[in-house]
Structures are given as C-alpha cells and as structure tokens.
Design a protein around this ligand. Structure first.
Ligand code: NAD
Length: 482
C-alpha cells in the first residue's frame, strides 16, 4: 500500500503529482522521520477543484453497482493491508494498538455501510394539486470539501469521503499537516487500488491556508469540517460568505456524571478510560468528572490508582497504555491549562510528569467552575474532578459549557434517564463512558460542538451529501393563458 513510494513528496490530484512543496512527517514518539508528502497550495487546490467538477457528472451517472463496488473493494483493500495501516497509524498519530484497532474497525464499517448508500431510495413521490407527477429526488451536491484533524485521521476523513463518493460526488480532502500519510495518502491509496475513476478524489495536504483554499474553491459546494471550535467558526464564516453548506463537527467539554449509589470502582475505571484514552485527544474525551460530595475523596483515590497503573510510552511497546501527544505545542497548551488552574487553587492529585511528548495521566481536584481546566477543552490526559451537592446542581454543572457533544451518566438507570432529559448534549451514554462511535448512529454535538449536523446512518448521510430537487412531470405540455 505505502511501500512502492509512488506517493512520496506528491499530492493525489488526477494521479500522484508534485505539489507546491513538501511536508515532512515525524513520528511523535521518537522524532524519527516517517516520510514526506506533497504540500498543496491555493493553485493546487483550484486545479483539483476544477478537475473534480469535470470528473463528477460521469460518476454521478455511473451505475449504482459500480459506485457500490468501489466502496466494497476499498473495504477489502483496507482489510488486506490492515497490519501495515495499523503500524502507520500507531507511528504517525501516537495511537496505542487498541485505539488503532477501534479506529480501523470503524473505518471498515464506514466503507461497508457507504457501499449500501447508492441503492437506497433517493427521494419521495409527492402528492400534488396539479395534473402531474411530483417528486422530491436526491441528487449529488457536486464537489465536497473535507477538512480533517490529526487525532483519528483515517476514520474522521473516511466518514465524509466514503458517503460523499458513494452518493455520486467528487471530493477534495485536506488532512492535518501533522498526519498527512494516515489522514491522506492511505485514503488515496485505498480508493486508487479500488479503481475509483481518476479526478474524483483529490488529497491535498497542507495547513490553514490550504484549508481556506478548499473552502474558497469555486466548484466546492459543501464543506465537511472536523476540528476545533475556533477553526470551525472561521471555516463557517468563510463558507457562509460564499453561501456554501457547512457541516461542522467541533470540540467538546464532556462530563462523566457519577450518580449517588453508583459502583465507585467501576465508575472510576470508566472515568479513567474517558479521560486518558488516546492521551485525552478525542473530541468525546471526558473534561469534567462529577461525583457526589460524600463520595468525592474515595472516588479521587480510585481514579488516581487507575491513573497510576497506566504507562505513557512508545505505543509500539506492549506495556504502553498511552502514546505521545501529537506535538510540543499541544503539550505546552495542556501544561499551561493545568498550571493556571493550580495557581487558582486546584490540586494535582497524581501524574503530570512528562518526558518528550509523553505525559503521565493527571488527576485534578479542588476545582471551581471558573478554573481554566474546568472550562477549556484540554485535549490531553487530564481528569478534572468536582464534587456536587445534589442532582440539580450536577445538571447545572454539566450544562454550564458552550459545548454539547457527549455525556456519560453512571449509576441508577431510572435516575439517569430522567437526567438525560435535562442535559444538553448530542450524545448521552448511560452506564458507559463518553467515547464511542458507530457508523450507523447520529453522531454530533450541540452548541459549540457543531452546527447541529449529524454524521452516520443512511438518513444523515443522504441529507449531508445530496441536494433535493423538485421534479414535476406532465404527460403533455401544459396549457397557459399567455
Ligand atoms: P484544528 O481546528 O486546529 O484543525 C483541524 C483541521 O483544520 C486541520 O486539518 C487543520 O489543518 C485545518 N485548519 C486549521 N486552520 C484552518 C483554517 N483557518 N481554515 C481551514 N482549515 C483549517 O483542530 P485540532 O486542534 O488540530 O484538532 C483537535 C480538535 O478537533 C479538537 O477540538 C477536537 O475536539 C476536535 N474534534 C472533533 C471531532 C468531532 O467529531 N466532533 C472529532 C475529532 C476532533
């Protein structure tokens, strides 16, 4: 898949082509070079966009069997090369094998589910007052721009690329410049090997400028963006000025709410997983852990014990539970959020030691709602814990954030169901932690976690990657008074 190096120093745009420059890819665990991709500038993006628009109509008109077959073949190629792709994902993104397995399992299901999209009903027959037939039918959008983040770059790219292609669109994909092989080259190679006709998928590595060029590109009619709320706002503004449809999937400040009477040992294990899985670099990671005041101290001890059992190290080594953070800037940001909160009175209960980009999982207590660690999305292995007086206060604390992505409620199911009615969150898990996804569920957030769009499931994908055309038909040309 990657070994023949046809992709090295190239962008994927009507075949492998030189871009405007190159991007060096580094393994965060070791600093070792992992390869070099091409870098796309605005001119590369404009050329890709025009080529995509030229290739798209024939693809939209292709047999549904042909479109489905490309998706199925891409799934087969992913399975065939699973070991190599897993290794690349581990090294490039600092994922431990369990996280890589979760991501690639989702990626495979995403491709297989997308293969079913072309044969779904693409519209409705509408009742009409006229002497005619009236239909609402789904047609492809045309060219879709996809901008993806570093943390789970394969599945977060594929969850847009696969349904968009399946439904007859062409796609421009801009992966994060820190993970352009996993987030870009691998997707290009999958579809290249699967026989996707040339010009339908363009992989354009680069940073903010390349992303802006994708949003601006004349032929791009829709943007599917996954990343931070700050960047999402900029992308949303730029796209809105050009009247382009946007799907924004952004950050989170997700709560784990432990109910009175819950099994504390199990709750601490769930909270540890939600806080520390993939070093806390998941949009659904727990950013707030709420425990009844009476159980606070015992819970913090259990959570600290769970944190202390974890080792941050090279994800290729069997005893590493956490890999490295993606880069030094991210680590510095995490440290500054913790330091600010400690200066304001929070207490580090365990962890926080760093070596290179590795950070031991950290538990914070003594927090107040205004503390930065309680307010900001940390995106690192930090678990802020707070005690609550009663359930009303707990609900207020959960809802007191601009975000609304995922919430976990642990304990009595009846109580949890009643609280779920009062919690503003796109996702609620009862007796499970905050991090999960399946390609057939309506995944997405409220508030600053997104603009209300949903990923996954046939209905959401049809809504996202098609437009609706009103089509009427009469058996003869109608009579008019003019
Ligand atoms: P980011 O917003 O900095 O970057 C995301 C992508 O946008 C990258 O490809 C980046 O190169 C690109 N980009 C940056 N500036 C841009 C601009 N001005 N115009 C266009 N594109 C631009 O995100 P990050 O901090 O690297 O990623 C982590 C964030 O992503 C977290 O906030 C996390 O919660 C969020 N995330 C959300 C989901 C979700 O499904 N809701 C999933 C994963 C990550």
């Amino acid at each position: 898949m990657l070994e023949d190096q046809r992709w090295a120093a190239k962008i994927f745009s009507s075949g492998w082509q030189p871009g405007s420059g190159t991007l060096d890819v580094v393994e965060p665990a070791t600093g070792a070079p992992l390869g070099r991709t091409g870098l796309a500038d605005a001119a590369d993006v404009a050329a890709a966009s025009a080529a995509a628009a030229a290739a798209q109509p024939a693809w939209a008109a292709a047999s549904i069997l042909d479109r489905a077959a490309v998706l199925r073949r891409a799934a087969g190629i992913l399975e065939q090369h699973l070991a190599e792709i897993t290794e690349q994902l581990i090294r490039e993104t600092g994922s431990v094998p369990g996280k890589a397995g979760f991501e690639l399992g989702l990626a495979l299901r995403t491709l297989l589910d997308a293969a079913g999209l072309p044969s779904l009903a693409q519209g409705e027959v509408l009742p009409t007052a006229g002497d005619r037939w009236s239909f609402a039918r789904r047609i492809p959008i045309g060219v879709v721009g996809v901008i993806s983040p570093f943390n789970s770059p394969i599945v977060l790219g594929l969850r847009s690329v696969a349904p968009a292609l399946a439904l007859g669109n062409a796609v421009l994909l801009k992966p994060d410049p820190r993970t352009p092989i996993a987030g870009g080259v691998i997707l290009a190679r999958l579809f290249e090997e699967a026989g996707l006709p040339e010009g339908l998928l363009h992989v354009l590595p680069g940073g903010a400028e390349t992303g802006q060029a994708v949003v601006r590109a004349a032929e791009v009619q829709m943007i599917s963006f996954t990343g931070s709320a700050a960047t999402g706002r900029q992308v949303g503004e730029l796209a809105a000025a050009q009247l382009k449809k946007t799907h924004l999937e952004l950050g989170g400040k997700n709560s784990v709410l432990v109910l009175p009477g819950a099994d504390l040992a199990k709750a601490a294990s769930a909270a540890a997983f939600a806080s520390f899985f993939h070093q806390g670099q998941v949009c659904m990671s727990a950013g707030r852990i709420l425990v009844p005041e009476a159980q606070h101290d015992e819970f913090v001890e259990l959570l600290c014990a769970a944190a202390d059992r974890l080792t941050a190290g090279d994800p290729r080594l069997a005893d590493s539970d956490l890999g490295p953070l993606i880069d030094a800037r991210q680590l510095a940001r995490i440290k500054s959020i913790v330091a600010d909160s400690v200066a304001d009175g929070a207490r580090i209960r365990t962890g926080g030691e760093t070596a290179g980009l590795f950070m031991q999982p950290l538990v914070l207590s003594g927090l107040r709602p205004e503390h930065r660690a309680w307010q900001a999305e940390i995106f690192g292995p930090v678990a802020p814990v707070m005690g609550y007086r009663d359930l009303d206060q707990a609900v207020d604390l959960v809802n007191a954030t601009e975000y609304g992505l995922s919430t976990s409620i642990l304990g009595d199911v009846g109580t949890a169901m009643r609280l779920a009615d009062r919690i503003r969150s796109g996702i609620v898990h009862i007796n499970e932690q905050t991090i999960d996804d399946e390609p057939n569920v309506p995944f997405g957030g409220t508030g600053a976690s997104g603009n209300g769009t949903r990923f996954g499931g046939a209905a959401a994908n049809l809504e996202a990657y098609t437009e609706t055309q009103w089509l009427t038909v009469r058996s003869e040309i109608a009579d008019y008074p003019f």
